[in-house]
Write a protein that binds this ligand. Structure first.
Ligand SMILES: [Zn+2]
Length: 103
């Protein structure tokens, strides 16, 4: 379920966040690239499973912070974020070239 004009997203100071099964977007009329970025995360969750996705996401972030990286660099370095940022502008990514679900 996609929630636009999300107060939660604004409180968390993010443009968008996936808290499966919800996608919270701060804008009332979100940019397609932002929506695609969050939908890529949605697909990643479907690919890995909810618990494994968030575990791996936090594990990578904490490991990079532990190596002394700043928040923004660690966040951008998470493999899930790299896939989402590298492919968000390709609005056909999820229907064409994304790794397929294992289920
Ligand atoms: Zn992201």
């Amino acid at each position: 379920m996609i929630v636009k004009n999300s107060r939660l997203a604004r409180i968390l100071k993010v443009n968008g966040i996936v808290l499966y099964p919800f996608i919270f977007l701060a804008p009332a009329d979100p940019d397609p690239v932002l929506l695609n970025h969050e939908l890529i995360h949605w697909a990643q969750i479907r690919r890995h499973g909810v618990i494994r996705f968030y575990y791996l996401y936090l594990k990578e972030y904490v490991a990079m912070r532990g190596q002394g990286m700043k928040h923004d660099d660690a966040y951008r370095g998470i493999s899930f974020e790299r896939e989402a940022y590298e492919n968000a502008h390709n609005l056909a990514y999820l229907t064409s070239s994304a790794p397929s679900s294992r289920t």
